[in-house]
Structures are given as C-alpha cells and as structure tokens.
Design a protein around this ligand. Structure first.
Ligand SMILES: O=C([O-])CC(=O)C(=O)O
Ligand SMILES: [Mg+2]
Length: 648
C-alpha cells in the first residue's frame, strides 16, 4: 500500500496496459498524470473505469501540495473492485460510490504531446527542464523556461491588444481550454480588468453570438432529447466530484431575454467566478444548460443556432424534465451538491426555488444573490444618507425575481431590526411593473410573487408619477429595461432627496436603467449610485465620481463556498442576511469617502472568505451544517479551502 497526495492505494500487478502512441506503459519513466485506462481482460473500457480514474486524478490534481515531490512518482493502482477506501476529497470525505468500483482496469499515463493539450496540467513554457525530461516534453517546447508570472504578464499584454470586447472574451475562453491554472491566475490577479470580459457585460454578447463562437463544450447540454437519460448524461461529464452546478434554461439571460441554448455562457461565466472569486476547485464546478426550446424567433431562424429548433416546452413536459434533472443530480452527486438556478424566467424561477428548496441545496442567484448584494449596499449607504433601513422609503422599477427578492430581504431585515412583522415592514416598499404601481386593486390579476406588494394605494401609471407620490429615498431598477431612469425621474429623486440612492441593476450595460454619467449629471453629483454592470468613473464639474457594481458576483462565490465547506444541506434566508452584513463590513471609510457602497473587487478573495465564514457560522447555528466538528477559526478555515491557481 502506498499513499499519493493523501489518497491511499493498494499495489497490485497490472496487466493489459495500453500502448497507444500517445500513452506509455506504467513501467515507463516517471509519468506526469494518469489519464486513460483500458480493461485488463481486453473488453472495452466502460464508464466505471473512467469514473474511478477521474476521481483518482482529482485526488492527485487538487489535493497535492504545491511542493509535492511525488508528482513524478510511478503510480500503481489496484483493480478497482478491490480498492477499499475510495478517494478522499479536500474536505476528507470518501466520495466514491459502490458502483464506481466494479470493473477491473489498468492504467496508462499521458505524457509528452497530450500533456500539452490537457488544460488541467498544461503549464506551457513554464514546464521546467526537469519536468520536460520527466514528462517527455524535450523538443516539444522552445528552449526558454518562463515563470507563471511572466506568462500572466504576456497574456495581459496580448489581451490588451484586442479592441473588441468579444475578442477578449474568446481569448480568455481559449486560455481556459489551454491552460486552466494560467486562466485563473490571470483572472484573480486582474479581476477588475477581466471581470467585464468573462462576465457582464461581454458575456451577454457572447451568449447572443454563442452559436457562431462555439468551439468546445464547456458544460453539459441537457435537452428534451435526453429525457429519461439524464443520469447517463451526467455520467458523461469527465469530472465526477461535483460540488456546484449552475443551471439555466436560457429563458431570461441577463436583461437580454430568451437566448435558448446559447445561455450556456452564463453558467460557464458564473462558475469561473466561483473558482476565481470564491476558490471552488474548477473541477468541482459543472455548468448546465437545460434546452426545452426557445421562443426567440431570431434564433429559431438562425442557421448557426445550436439548440433545439422548437418553441419552449411548458407545463408538465417542462416540469418533468426539470424534475428528472434534479433527481439525477442528487442521485449522482449526493445531497450536498449546490445547485444554483440562474436566469430562469420569473414564471419558473419562483416555483423551482419553492419546489426544490425543501429537498435540495438550491439557491437562486437572481432572487437571493442579487437581494443579498443590494441589501449590503443599502446597509452601507446608510452611512452616507443617515437613518436606519426602516426610516427609508423604497421604490422599485421591476417586480420580477430581482425586484421582489430584494424587496423581501429588505423587509426581513427591517422586521428583524425593529421587531415588527414582515407584513408591516413590506409597507415601506413599493414596486412598479409594466402596468404601473402594484396596488391592492390589481391583486386579482397579479402573479403570486407580486401579491405581497399590493398595498392600499390609488393606481399610479408611470414611474415618474410613482416617484412623485411615493417620495422614495431609494430607487432601485431591476426591470431588465434599459434607459428607464430618465432625466425627469432622476431629477425628481434629486428634488426629493439631498443624496438620492439610485441603483440601476439591470444587465448588461445596454439594459442599465441609466448610466453612471446620467445619474451623476442629472443629480448634480449628489446621487449615491451603483449599477449591475460596471461603469468607468465619470467627471462632473471637474470632479471624478466612481460608482460601485451592485452585482451578485460579490455574494454567490463566497456564499457557495460557505455552504460547501460547512456541508450545508439547505439554504436559509438568515444565511443571506449574514452574507449581506459580511459584505457591508468590508467597505472601508476610504471607499465611503468616495461615495462607494461596495468594496473594490480587487479584494474579492478575502471578501469571499469573510462571507463564507459567516455563512458557515450561520449554517452551524441553524443546525444545517453536516461537517463535524465545527472548525475553530472559520475565516482561516475558509481561506485554507480555497483553490490556488499557482502551478504545482
Ligand atoms: O449575471 C449578472 O451579471 C447578474 C445577474 O445574475 C443577472 O443580471 O441576471
Ligand atoms: Mg442572473
């Protein structure tokens, strides 16, 4: 028996080793990584073989200390059926299941050329001379050996050459497919510059053009054609130890509407943030797009469209596919896998969250993540505008997932702070939808998630009129409709308030309710402004105004990390409140002096660790954590669990 990177294996004789040209026998000089397997009895390799192989790899890949000398050690692993212990993940859990151990197998090792094509292990020019010899790379690379730091510098210089944002996006995706660690190092070290590339606003354009730019699968596509076979589809994914899934059905991609199957860019982007900002291992992340068709005529007529060419399934057909997916996920990955719902349309998002919130570890980023980020920004804004939350009046444009999600979390916080029932707290919050102010007389025709906001009030048709009669101190845009905070609206807010708080949350930039420049100009520099997508600092009357990015990217990576490392089995609203408070505490006096209500993204890993620590603490307090015993220093613990992109 021997130990490799914390995983214990039994030695045994190997037979039937493959000798394909790209693979070497196990007795060859030091292998780089184990990547392929064949059956010892000549039968074709079946799935169970690769499952164990891949989990084994995960152990090697993710658990290895960076200085581990055993990287070039020859590895012998017993036929799977007799391996007892399974593979421990980073949190010390045995994750392999019985049926992963049934087929006898042997292994071959990849080295040489295929190693340079494997994004998980490729280091490009950073392979040292010793590594080049050990892994049969001599001559395959030019002589120079460079550091990862120099690679980052070169990539950033290249990246800055591209004028068109979508070219930068594609360059980043290429890098992710070529050298994963370099991709994450680049992203982490240049987060403020690259976030708008891999995330909003550019990811929106990427989704719109996904059919044309599609090169490699970056996630799983589960369409109606896979009905009855979703478990099988999940098992086709090469990574087996999944901890976070971001899933969309593409019906409401950012504020861009129904992009069908091309919504895949969103789960891919969100999960790269999970790793870069929240430190979740890339191999533990699974992007999923459920394709039930699209009602987007333009896509249906686009010859490059990559999805099902049919109108959206609804009702039972839709519900059954989703149900099969949710059950298959639990069956395949256990109950502690986090499923993040992303960019579903309102008519499904609330129902899915309610339905699976009691049986799965689920989180809706658009309802809950955005709410937590906005509440945090408002808690911080109180330092600039004075008063407590309950002293303020809130007006929303948009009564969908984000609008009602934020409104509810604000009401919960007010209710907690002032000891009034949440129904009472809701009365300070008004919402306007496409038909005007949501009021009692409309209640019969309202969707269920809008009903708690139907207050006694006379009908009001427009946002401007609503501002005039409600007299809000805080105006929040979450409608997905761009340029709806007009000059008149911002001026009305500024006439009512010395420092109007204006949040234009809709994404991407084209859908923002107003620009930073408009907010500062029309309010004569008095607005406390933040937006979902980033804006550059604005000069007004000789003074520069920077604005914050009120985007759920501040919360979901750390929130998810907290859920995972505590072994949480359910999400609870109190965890969202804890996350909001943790984020608010990260805003410094210096930030506040500049009118910023969010901390800079450059500190995001530290911020995520703080958020995770608070979520972990809350999970234990609520009895929802399963990892025992509770770690002592939660922040240190969270940091110690975070993925590092440095080469080993
Ligand atoms: O993706 C983003 O930037 C924020 C978000 O969840 C959305 O707009 O749907
Ligand atoms: Mg979203």
């Amino acid at each position: 028996m021997f130990s490799l990177y914390g995983c214990t294996f039994l030695n045994n004789t190997l037979s039937g080793v493959s000798t394909q040209s790209s693979q070497r026998k196990i007795s060859a000089p030091p292998p780089s990584v184990v990547v392929a397997s064949v059956s010892s009895n000549g039968r074709p390799v079946d799935r169970n073989v690769s499952i164990l192989m891949e989990s084994t790899l995960k152990g090697m890949r993710d658990n290895a200390p960076s200085s581990s000398p055993s990287q070039s050690q020859v590895t012998e692993i017993e036929p799977a059926s007799t391996v007892g212990g399974g593979v421990e993940d980073v949190y010390g859990e045995d994750t392999a299941t019985e049926d992963q151990y049934i087929t006898p197998w042997t292994l071959t090792v990849a080295s040489g050329y295929p190693l340079l094509r494997d994004p998980h292990y490729n280091k490009g020019l950073a392979f040292t001379v010793k590594e080049r010899d050990a892994h049969f790379l001599r001559g395959l690379l030019p002589p120079v050996v460079v550091s990862q730091e120099l690679q980052v510098k070169k990539m950033m210089a290249n990246m800055r050459q591209y004028q068109v944002p979508l070219q930068r996006y594609m360059a980043m995706m290429d890098l992710q497919e070529r050298n994963e660690r370099l991709f994450y190092k680049l992203l982490i070290e240049n987060v403020e510059e690259l976030l708008p590339v891999v995330y909003t606003p550019t990811v929106g354009e990427a989704c719109q053009k996904y059919g044309s730019i599609f090169r490699q699968p970056q996630g799983l596509f589960i369409s109606l054609k896979e009905k009855g076979r979703i478990l099988e589809v999940l098992r086709n994914w090469p990574e087996k130890k999944i901890q976070v899934i971001v899933v969309t059905d593409g019906e409401r991609i950012l504020g861009l509407g129904d992009l069908g199957c091309q919504g895949m860019g969103i789960p891919v982007g969100k999960l790269s943030l999970y790793s870069a900002l929240g430190g979740i291992r890339p191999s533990a992340c699974l992007p999923v797009t459920i394709d039930v068709g699209t009602n987007n005529e333009q896509l249906l007529n686009d010859e490059f469209y990559i999805g099902l060419r049919r109108r959206r399934a609804t009702g039972q057909e839709y519900a059954e596919l989703l149900d099969e997916f949710m059950n298959a996920v639990k069956q395949n990955y256990g109950e502690k896998v986090l499923i993040q719902f992303e960019d579903f349309a309102n008519h499904n998002a609330f129902d899915l969250l309610a339905k699976y919130g009691t049986t799965h570890l689920v989180f809706n980023d658009d309802i809950q993540g955005t709410a937590s980020v906005v509440l945090s920004g408002l808690i911080t804004a109180l330092n600039l505008v004075g008063g407590t939350l309950s002293d303020h009046r809130f007006l929303f444009l948009g009564a969908g997932e984000a609008g009602t999600g934020i409104a509810e979390l604000i009401a919960l916080e007010i209710s907690k702070q002032t000891n009034v029932p949440v129904e009472e707290a809701r009365k300070k919050i008004f919402l306007v939808d496409s038909k005007g102010l949501i009021v009692k007389s409309r209640v019969e025709t309202l969707q269920h998630f809008k009903r708690p906001w139907a207050h006694e009030h006379e009908p009001v048709r427009t946002l401007l009129d609503a501002v005039k009669v409600i007299k809000p101190t805080i105006l929040i845009g979450s409608s997905g409709a761009g340029r709806t905070f007009t000059k008149e609206v911002v001026e009305a807010m500024s006439a009512l308030n010395e420092k109007p708080v204006i949040l234009a949350l809709s994404n991407p930039t084209s859908q923002s309710e107003c620009t930073a420049e408009e907010a500062y100009t029309w309010s004569e520099g008095r607005a406390i402004f933040a937006s979902g997508s980033p804006f550059s600092p604005v000069e007004y009357n000789g003074k520069f105004y920077a604005s914050g990015q009120a985007n759920n990217a501040y919360i979901f990576p750390g929130f998810g990390l907290g859920l995972i490392i505590s072994g949480a089995i359910r999400v609870h609203d109190d965890m969202l409140l804890a996350a909001s408070e943790a984020l608010a505490e990260q805003v410094s006096q210096e930030n506040l002096d500049k009118g910023l209500i969010y901390p800079p993204f450059s500190n995001i890993r530290k911020i995520s660790a703080q958020i995770a620590a608070r979520v972990v603490a809350k999970a234990y307090e609520l009895g929802l954590a399963t990892r025992l015993p509770q770690p002592e220093n939660l922040e240190k613990y969270a940091e110690s669990c975070m993925y590092s992109p440095n080469y080993r």
